[in-house]
Design a protein around this ligand. Sequence first.
Ligand SMILES: [Zn+2]
Length: 212
Amino acid sequence: MRKLNKGEIPAVLAENVEWWTEEFVADPENHTKRYRYRHPEIKAALLKETAGKCVYCESKVGHNTPGDTEHKIPSSEDNTLHFSWTNLTIACSECNRRKNDYFRPSMPFLDPYVDDVESVLVHLGPIVGWKPGYQRAEITIRTLELHSGARRELISRKIERLEELSELLERLASSSCDELMGLLLTKRLEEMKSPDAEYSGMVMAACAAVER
Ligand SMILES: [Zn+2]
């Protein structure tokens, strides 16, 4: 999970949010009225601000990891937020399914747009833990099962990334690495650490551990 900034509200949502909400609240089972947030402009804006990643597990959403629009506060709790720009984001189907309708005002889920998530989460290899005592971080990670082997596919993709990182760091440190190769490897390392890159939170933590 990386810290995120909310982008600007897409024009189509700004112009229509009031009547879309009124129609949805009055007739929540109507498919057309319910799924207007799937408008391509809205989806594109959400994918841009999340770098095309699930905001919880940092998997790129797409062919291998399906993902969709996520309501941070579920519509079952507050249907007036169904089209609220600040309530919409992107989650993969695995995180979405686990979060489901989780909503506890006394113990809210971590919100990567609001909370300093990077200071309360810890990356232990491919799994994610939390700083002891941070209950909101704990409940978020436990609900998403990012701390356990239950997310087998995710963990195996993250291990592949760590293997690439390990090889990259080894080659960079090697005396046989010439200048051009060094530049190419350094460029790849910077790409892997970029906030837009898949699992970059884990990569940053692994690099920091190696540098210690
Ligand atoms: Zn996810």
